[in-house]
Design a protein around this ligand. Sequence first.
Ligand SMILES: *[C@@H]1O[C@H](CO)[C@@H](O)[C@H](O)[C@H]1NC(C)=O
Ligand SMILES: *[C@@H]1O[C@H](CO)[C@@H](O)[C@H](O)[C@H]1NC(C)=O
Ligand SMILES: *[C@@H]1O[C@H](CO)[C@@H](O)[C@H](O)[C@H]1NC(C)=O
Ligand SMILES: *[C@@H]1O[C@H](CO)[C@@H](O)[C@H](O)[C@H]1NC(C)=O
Ligand SMILES: *[C@@H]1O[C@H](CO)[C@@H](O)[C@H](O)[C@H]1NC(C)=O
Length: 533
Amino acid sequence: MRRRATDFRRPVRRKVPDAFWWALCCAVILLFVYILSKGNKIESRPALSKKTYKHDKIMEGLNITEEMLNSNSVARQLNDQISLAKAFVVIAKESNNLQFAWELSAQIHNSQMLLSNAATRRVPLTTRETERAIRDMALLLYQAQQLHYDSATMIMRFKAKIQALEEQMNSVTEKSSKYGQIAAEEVPKSLYCLGVRLTREWFRNFNLQKKLKDDRQMEMKLKDNNLYHFCVFSDNILATSVVVNSTAVNSKNPNMVVFHLVTDEINYAAMKAWFAVNDFHGVTVEVQKFEDFTWLNASYVPVLKQLQDSEIQSYYFSGNSDDGRTPIKFRNPKYLSMLNHLRFYIPEVFPALKKVVFLDDDVVVQKDLSGLFSIDLKGNVNGAVETCMETFHRYHKYLNYSHPLIRAQFDPDACGWAFGMNVFDLVEWRKKNVTGIYHHWQEKNVDRTLWKLGTLPPGLLTFYGLTQPLDPSWHVLGFGYTNVDPQLIERGAVLHFNGNSKPWLKIGIEKYKPLWEKYVEYSHPLLQQCNFH
Ligand SMILES: *[C@@H]1O[C@H](CO)[C@@H](O)[C@H](O)[C@H]1NC(C)=O
Ligand SMILES: *[C@@H]1O[C@H](CO)[C@@H](O)[C@H](O)[C@H]1NC(C)=O
Ligand SMILES: *[C@@H]1O[C@H](CO)[C@@H](O)[C@H](O)[C@H]1NC(C)=O
Ligand SMILES: *[C@@H]1O[C@H](CO)[C@@H](O)[C@H](O)[C@H]1NC(C)=O
Ligand SMILES: *[C@@H]1O[C@H](CO)[C@@H](O)[C@H](O)[C@H]1NC(C)=O
């Protein structure tokens, strides 16, 4: 789903000189900072042995390479913002919005001063002294988006340059700051087009509807516990298609594979149409919409009950309730989506099933997955790949250990794990009342002091002591934000594009897109009509 060349060919030609100069400036600044840091070190090395431990720490803070690799570094965040702001200056000038270009430039200058001061005084920047600059800049970046600048296109161009620079410095870091999220929230036009056309097709073509209606054999398969059942909860047709297709293509027995898709009202007809017109090696596909689940109501589900609370609504939807301290990411209505919370209700969604493999819609499957269904979960409910190889993916990273309830019940060093490819034993789930455990914690978190938002923290609480670690090759993470070990890619059964750089977005990481695009039929008439690729 690459961009269409005609989309921006004309403006690009005029932008090249400007963009080029900015990239050059950027490179020079980075080089300068780097040389400065080197110079400092050489200068002070002879004195180093005499200095105290405290000084040693300060020296450490001066290692710019390290600083830029550190996910908590405010200097890095400033730097990321500057790069993006520069891109917007170019667009602002192009659009003749000189006032805004001037404001951006002034703020860029301001942030650069902070960085260069820090480099000369030999002490790393603190959150307190940069808070204001970061917030002011974030506000401008947000305004730029409101001005309908095509951020994704520009960001992609700049990202390529930044990536090249970063590779020179041997650094691969998550673009965790706000701009990545801004670009990630844009729904590509092609996907929207596909949904509309499929919906039209569905209502025009009665044969399609009939084809699904009276298929008794399929009805049987949906409940047959001797088969391999997978579930995906998504509103993205193409992503879901890749999950189903890649599972089917790599399956030894595709006729034993059953996919249970749940989507929302808006995408329901389109999703049904897509899986009716395409065949995926004979796998069985069921499509439901969550609006049909009567048990999913405010009297049963705490998340829905809490949503009726106006204070919580404003927390999600308004900008200023906490001085912008919550990342924009978590303000995304996506995090409210019931499709995200459905993973806590799998036994309710599939009352007849005993075991299900849960897949996120941003994964691609590379191997036969039937082996997952014979893994002994040792009485546990959730089979998942652990993520604490790096020390920071432990419980204390995700939960508020100042809270007595958390401190009393959860080991802060317990290993985190990831959603995305999970084996769920629904018999044990029902027996151990795991949905009840989830409700308990969700209700305790009404004031959002246990965790902020998202589904991983409540998942860690809910499945605490009920999770069986799986071999890491079953689920390889990081394709949406970082470099992944090529050996792991080779061996991985399920590759997960977690992170902002989804393979269907312009900002997807180019070198990983082919892993996913392999399973898209770009010659499909509908995809052609909607300008995919
Ligand atoms: C700076 O940090 C990087 C990455 O941790 C390390 O490889 C490098 O040796 C450090 N440089 C100095 C001069 O300490
Ligand atoms: C809400 O869900 C509960 C529990 O599943 C169910 O008993 C009740 O009938 C539902 N209420 C409505 C109005 O559908
Ligand atoms: C499951 O847990 C909930 C909340 O903790 C409780 O109200 C409910 O009675 C439990 N159900 C069973 C069957 O134990
Ligand atoms: C963590 O929990 C404590 C104790 O309840 C609370 O005072 C504090 O505000 C919480 N922190 C966050 C970030 O919510
Ligand atoms: C499924 O993937 C294969 C390649 O692995 C591709 O040839 C085929 O067109 C895809 N099918 C659909 C319906 O996307």
